[in-house]
Design a protein around this ligand. Structure first.
Ligand code: PMP
Ligand code: GLU
Length: 385
């Protein structure tokens, strides 16, 4: 038997990607599968981005770039972040192949064996895995009892955070709940982070996909700039999941350390993709607004139908394109039945630290959402009030 490193034995494959792969396999066998599992916009990448990528390839931008990314993209990112009140110099930014790699680099840079990492559950599946890969131990604050809102759970957060805490991950709008945390809640997070000298990841990948309320950026709060790493990416906002482009921005000392990891692992983000990223930030706006409007319409439609059917909806999402709902029975089994028998792919809440729930991604057309709901209602999938 081959012996494997303990760190890799500690983690499972990404549940979101695994379910989506099952959906793809069933589809390849001819099944009519509705995929509400993976968080992937169903829109094509806006044309100006595609054109810029092709032009960059034709212009010969096909070699390695500097590990931290091309200057024009880091400048465009700094300008974009400034619109949110975030003052980052281009030297404080590392462009990565996807936001996931940015997060991975932060965990590897900050978390040591035995260090405590605090997550707000339900939390996106890969934070737990990244913490474990870095040797960290987890403290999880359960937001299911407060219908995913952070403010009512601040006592629990206060208990969870101590001088032992190395890293806190805040993701708002949240995957999988879609919650936008209030300014007051984020101010309380700030107080705890400053009091206990905690480093914070602010994962803002859904920041442009909101329906009325936009969250504050944690690094703009007093005392947070030198302890916050802001992570973002192009996958969701610009429908660029397969291009793999994201970034981290943070205090110079952390960025300098993370840059070592980047240079020894992926070297750099793909050259021509970085050029396409400049076009995304400078030439694309209306297309994003159109996608966000479509997501909002789908959210409303999905919730109307669920409520009409008496299904329990704990909270209306303020952003992203996910809805967390309680399901009947064991969530792993219920989601397995849904994919195998009804050919509807959904993600079990257990993957996010929320057993008994499931996540529906509504980055899909209203017709397909309707089709999925019809099949799931037949299965008695949703828990009622
Ligand atoms: N953070 C969150 C909360 C996400 O949902 C995702 C989705 N994949 C990512 C980061 C990373 O996305 P990507 O690597 O495609 O930029
Ligand atoms: N973040 C998306 C999701 O949660 C994409 C898949 C992944 O990277 O986990 O579905």
């Amino acid at each position: 038997m081959t012996a494997f490193a303990a760190r890799i034995e500690r983690v499972e494959p990404s549940a979101t990607l695994a379910i989506s792969s099952v959906a793809k396999e069933l589809r390849a066998e001819g099944a009519d599968v509705v995929d509400l599992s993976v968080g992937e916009p169903d829109f094509p990448t806006p044309a100006p981005i595609v054109e810029a990528g092709i032009a960059a390839m034709r212009d010969g931008h096909t070699g390695y770039t500097a590990p931290r990314g091309i200057p024009s993209l880091r400048e465009a990112i700094a300008t974009e972040l400034a619109t949110d009140g975030l003052a980052y110099d281009p030297d404080q930014i590392i462009v990565t192949p996807g936001g996931k790699q940015a997060l991975y680099e932060v965990f590897q840079t900050v978390v040591d064996d035995g260090d405590e990492v605090v997550l707000l559950d339900p939390a996106w599946v890969s934070y737990e895995a990244m913490a474990k890969l870095a040797g960290g131990t987890l403290r999880r604050v359960d937001l299911t009892t407060s219908n995913f809102k952070l403010e009512p759970a601040l006592d629990e957060l206060t208990t969870a955070i101590s001088d032992e805490t190395r890293l806190l991950v805040v993701n708002t709008p949240s995957n999988p709940t879609g919650m936008v945390y209030t300014d007051d809640a984020l101010a309380a997070v700030r107080d705890l982070a400053v009091d206990h000298d905690v480093t914070v990841i602010s994962d803002e990948i859904y920041k442009r996909i909101t329906y009325g309320r936009t969250p504050a950026s944690l690094a703009t709060l007093d005392g947070m700039a030198d302890r916050t790493i802001t992570v973002n990416g192009f996958s969701k906002t610009y429908a660029m999941t397969g291009w793999r482009l994201g970034y981290l921005a943070g205090p110079t000392d952390i960025i300098d350390q993370a840059a070592k990891l980047q240079s020894h692992s992926v070297s750099c983000a793909t050259n021509f993709v970085q050029h396409a990223g400049v076009a995304a930030l400078t030439d694309v706006d209306d297309e994003v607004d159109e996608m966000v409007t479509a997501f909002e319409d789908r959210r409303d439609h999905l919730i109307d139908r669920l409520e009409d059917a008496g299904a329990h909806v704990p909270a209306v999402p303020d952003g992203a394109f996910y809805l967390m709902v309680p399901v009947v029975g064991d969530d792993l089994e219920t989601c397995e039945t849904a994919i195998q028998e009804a050919h509807v792919a959904t993600t079990p809440g257990s993957a996010f630290g929320a057993p008994g729930y499931a996540r529906l991604s509504y980055a899909n057309s209203t017709d397909r959402i309707d089709e999925a709901l019809d099949r799931l209602f037949d299965l008695e999938y949703f828990r009622r009030d």
